[in-house]
Write a protein that binds this ligand. Structure first.
Ligand code: F0G
Length: 459
């Protein structure tokens, strides 16, 4: 038996990129000019960037070497075949169609499978996923367990599907109105929460009964697999790579944003086992993304992706990745800051309703809190609350989500433990000095995915 040791990175640093601290006075101006929307800040004005874990990973020396091996042939690039081989080997799906990123794959599968008037149940929504379902004529229905909407519930598998809710929906609408069940590993909007293999197996049995396919948003599947290894009885000794294969085998098709788990800056794919769906996807991809052997990716990026997939499912990697997130979460919990529990895998989610109880939800507590943290320390975070939830397509009213969160998303292999300490100090400071904060008013609202470009002013 090895003695227990603290988590540590299974690599050393070979190249660095300087970051710069600004003054508080500057930051007040930058955020005002950005309409109090952290998406509209310039990256050079950010000290530690926790906006997203998407496309922000550090690549390994091997991946950079792969970049030099790009075969930029328009058709039949060697790198496509490497990527296809990696998808088959580590995820187990038979067919793969590359796309420029995750939402490209979401677009294709939604157009192929959803008809007008359909219902698409899922374990909580994701912004781009739901929008593509709606644009294809479907209506998203949330069938996640209730615990997922409660930031204080310590339930270990908040990504689970409430199977009674799902079966009731199937009976009410009819199985022919449900083109597929949409399952994310992990659930981003719930705080990076995993689904258990036990629940997924039961879901498979239920969907088999009604002949409904499962489409898997596998954006953070290795992180989900790690949580299963840590928390689900019977998996402690199973390598993450095996658990990943087991998850994928319970689903029929998958959309991937390889900008997360798979450690690259750009790319994605749609994978599936059904030949007919594959043929349709191969046909559509040339309309929207590019030829079926590049789908919007450069050859070099497909090579880096093939290598990134391999690295992403190694136990040593995923243990340190999630270990760093848990370290930051542990510090904030110790300081009494209200965060979503259990701590998720890709970031920490602050409970803005609890931190700013003086603000009603239409004063955008999470948007406000993200702006305040930026002004305090130059740490850039992201709103995941009422702004992200958008408006109800029928009534035009704001959707009022139960969760009103600020996400501190940790890029993979990028920041150090000292950076985590600075982040924790700043969040604690803002939390303890939040009484005078008054909230925001929206002054510009884009029609689609408004959180990216909306502008606000201080009340
Ligand atoms: N599904 C999930 C669960 C995601 O988190 C994302 C992206 C997508 C799909 C879409 O993929 O960006 O490659 O088109 N999430 C990023 C984030 C943007 O910051 O959480 P994409």
């Amino acid at each position: 038996m090895e003695r227990t040791r603290s988590w540590a990175e299974p690599y050393k640093i070979k190249m660095v990129e300087p970051v710069f601290m600004t003054t508080q006075e500057d930051r007040e101006r930058f955020i005002r000019e950005a309409g109090y929307n952290t998406f509209l800040l310039r990256s050079r004005d950010v000290y530690i960037d926790l906006l997203t874990d998407s496309g922000t990973s550090a690549m390994s020396d091997r991946q950079w070497a792969g970049i030099m091996m790009g075969d930029e042939a328009y058709a039949g690039s060697e790198n496509f075949y490497h990527m296809e081989e990696a998808v088959r080997r580590y995820y187990g799906y038979k067919y793969v169609v590359p796309t420029h990123q995750g939402r490209g794959a979401e677009h294709l599968i939604s157009q192929i499978m959803i008809k007008k008037g359909d219902f698409v149940p899922g374990n909580m929504y994701f912004t781009t996923t739901r929008l593509h379902q709606e644009l294809a004529g479907g209506t998203f229905v949330d069938v996640i367990v209730d615990e997922a909407h409660d930031p204080e519930s310590n339930f270990p598998f908040k990504g689970n599907v409430n199977l009674e809710k799902l079966e009731q929906l199937i009976k009410e609408k009819g199985a022919d109105k449900i083109p597929y069940v949409s399952i994310a590993t992990t659930v981003n909007m719930a705080g990076g929460q995993p689904i258990s293999l036990g629940n997924l197996r039961e879901l498979r049995a239920l969907t088999n009964k009604y002949s409904i396919p499962i489409v898997h948003d596998m954006t953070r599947v290795a992180e989900n697999a790690f949580m299963i290894q840590q928390k689900e009885p019977g998996y402690a000794d199973k390598p993450v790579a095996e658990i990943v294969l087991e998850i994928c085998a319970l689903t029929d098709a998958a959309t991937m944003s390889s900008k997360k788990d798979a450690l690259v800056s750009i790319g994605g794919f749609l994978a599936m086992n059904d030949k007919e769906v594959f043929e349709k996807a191969r046909n559509l991809v040339v309309v929207y993304e590019g030829l079926h052997t590049y789908g919007g990716m450069a050859g070099r990026d497909m090579e880096a992706l093939a290598i990134g997939i391999t690295e992403s499912v190694q136990d040593s990697h995923i243990r340190a990745r999630v270990g760093q997130v848990q370290y930051l979460g542990g510090k904030l919990l110790a300081a009494g800051v209200p965060i979503v529990r259990p701590i998720g895998t890709h970031g920490i989610f602050l409970d803005a309703k609890k931190i700013l109880p003086q603000l009603t939800q239409d004063k955008f507590p999470a948007q406000t809190l993200a702006a305040e943290i930026y002004v305090d320390s130059g740490v850039r975070t992201m709103e995941r609350g009422i702004v992200s939830a958008g408006r109800n397509a029928e009534t035009g009213e704001h959707n009022y989500p139960k969760l009103e969160l600020v996400r501190l998303t940790i890029p993979r292999r990028v920041y150090t433990q000292a950076h985590m300490d600075v982040i924790a100090e700043s969040v604690q400071y803002v939390f303890e000095n939040s009484q005078a904060i008054r909230g925001l008013e929206m002054v510009h609202e884009p029609k689609y995915l408004r959180f990216f470009q909306a502008r606000f002013k201080k009340i």
